[in-house]
Design a protein around this ligand. Structure first.
Ligand SMILES: Cc1cc2nc3c(=O)[nH]c(=O)nc-3n(C[C@H](O)[C@H](O)[C@H](O)COP(=O)(O)OP(=O)(O)OC[C@H]3O[C@@H](n4cnc5c(N)ncnc54)[C@H](O)[C@@H]3O)c2cc1C
Length: 436
């Protein structure tokens, strides 16, 4: 589709050797401007604007991607792939570690058609195509366990009568009431999300992107133009473009955007919702079937999801609750009851295999959810140089590639080329139905 997608292996060795971004940068006078207080911010905004204009005149722009989850990594990948300006600087600013949050701890399920008929349709379809293309380019089968896979929806009950033959041999027959194929190897696939993020960021770094481990604490504007990002320890990083991709932590950043001078604008809010997971290692390999279960326990329902992986592990997820979003992605504590419930479901549905498997990890993480449940993808119209790519809800792994590409197009070419994402624009279109 895009000829530019062919790997551009133009690695500027000089830039690679200068990859240590903690070193002061020649014309950014970095060390001089380290300590700022709010009253000096206007002055700093002007200084940063001056530095940015000077850099642009010398041929350089500086794009900062805020957040190193799967969305930030994919954007970094596509920007570095499509960029033509060798002086363009790209920095991913990540508070904790690349893919330390939901992006590294998700199941890794991807689909082509489960969002058909809704506002995510084009994004999901294009993302699926791009995932297949990337798996070819990056040897995804080996580097991040990409594989097309069949997906089943299975209804089960502890009180099942006339129980059916289980559709797969690792589920207990007696409980199964109904099984249905809801995804074929043409429409569903899986990947290891942590390995995928690491692969993409490595590619982006090989083409000059930098990763800076630091916390984004504020933004500095000159009127409506972004001029710098304020990091922890009052470090100021001059930039001319930012992309907000901080997943469930994007909320406070959006608040910095809506208030400009004495005017208030409006953006959907973004917050987080927690889900739990187990990583199991059974003693025998499981057939490649992802299973979405609806399990009646008599007094209540449970909806565990089983994802056998090519490396022999099985990812089990479910148990969504309103656990409070921690300050940092590494400060998480799964709810013991939720973990117990997931183990109960494994014991009921697969007592001989999942019930006796070694528990490698008990985990939880937060998915980013906007107030209207749809992602925010695009430019903030009242600001110069500010883009959003957040709120991907349960579809961040599936929809990351389409998001990364379309944001790269907007930032580098001024507008979306691959798909129409106007229904997902940060300023929601008036009178349009954006709800699914
Ligand atoms: C249990 C579970 C299973 C899932 N399974 C799937 C699946 O199979 N398929 C699918 O499509 N989706 C799945 N999802 C959803 C998917 O994981 C998310 O939509 C996706 O990971 C969101 O990616 P992100 O990059 O927007 O956010 P995140 O992964 O949350 O990344 C945000 C990053 O921003 C960083 N950050 C936060 N604050 C700051 C700051 N101040 N400064 C700098 N950096 C900061 C964080 O440290 C983090 O690394 C699942 C979610 C959960 C919880």
């Amino acid at each position: 589709m895009h000829t530019k997608h062919k790997q551009k292996q133009q690695v500027d060795l000089g830039r690679l050797h200068n990859n240590d971004i903690t070193a002061p940068r020649k014309n950014f006078l970095f060390t001089t401007f380290q300590t700022v207080t709010p009253q000096y911010e206007a002055t700093f905004a002007k200084i940063c604007l001056f530095i940015n204009i000077k850099n642009m005149m010398e041929g350089g722009r500086h794009i900062a991607i805020l957040g190193g989850g799967i969305i930030g990594c994919t954007i970094a990948y596509y920007i570095t792939l499509l960029k033509e300006d060798p002086n363009l600087e790209i920095t991913v600013i990540e508070k904790t570690d690349i893919a330390c949050a939901a992006s590294g701890r998700a199941a890794g399920f991807i689909t082509s058609n489960w969002n058909d008929g809704g506002p995510l349709q084009d994004l999901t379809q294009n993302s699926f195509r791009l995932h297949a293309e990337l798996a070819e380019t990056l040897n995804g089968k080996v580097t991040y366990d990409y594989r097309p896979i069949q997906t089943l929806s299975i209804t089960a009950s502890v009180r099942a009568q006339n129980a059916k033959e289980p559709p797969i041999d690792w589920l207990k027959g007696k409980l199964i009431q109904k099984a249905e194929c809801i995804g074929t190897t043409k429409t569903t696939a899986q990947l290891h999300p942590y390995k995928f993020c690491q692969t993409l960021i490595k590619e982006a770094k090989s083409r000059g992107a930098k990763v800076r481990i630091a916390s984004v604490e504020g933004l500095i504007f000159d009127k409506y133009k972004i001029t710098a990002v304020r990091l922890n320890d009052e470090v100021i990083l001059p930039v001319d473009t930012i992309i907000v991709a901080m997943g469930p932590w994007s909320g406070p950043c959006l608040q910095w955007l809506v208030k400009q001078g004495d005017r208030m604008y409006s953006l959907p809010d973004v917050n987080g919702q927690r889900a739990h997971s187990l990583l199991l290692r059974p003693s025998v390999p499981l057939s490649p079937h992802i299973c979405f279960m609806a399990l009646s326990l008599g007094h209540k329902f449970s909806e565990p999801e089983f994802y056998p992986r090519p490396d022999g592990d099985v990812f089990v997820s479910g148990e969504i609750d309103n656990g409070v979003l921690p300050k940092s992605a590494n400060e998480f504590e799964p709810n013991p009851t939720s973990i117990k419930n997931l183990k109960r479901d494994c014991n009921l549905l697969s007592p001989d295999i999942l019930g006796t498997a070694t528990v490698v990890k008990e985990n939880c993480c937060w998915m980013p959810i906007s107030s209207d449940t749809l992602p925010l993808i695009g430019k903030v119209p009242w600001l110069d140089g500010v883009y959003l790519a957040t709120g991907h809800n349960v579809w961040g792994i599936s929809n990351c590639t389409g998001t990364g590409l379309v944001i790269a197009e907007m930032v580098l070419m001024g507008q979306a080329q691959s798909i129409d994402v106007r229904a997902l624009a940060p300023l929601r279109p008036k009178n349009s139905r954006v709800h699914q």
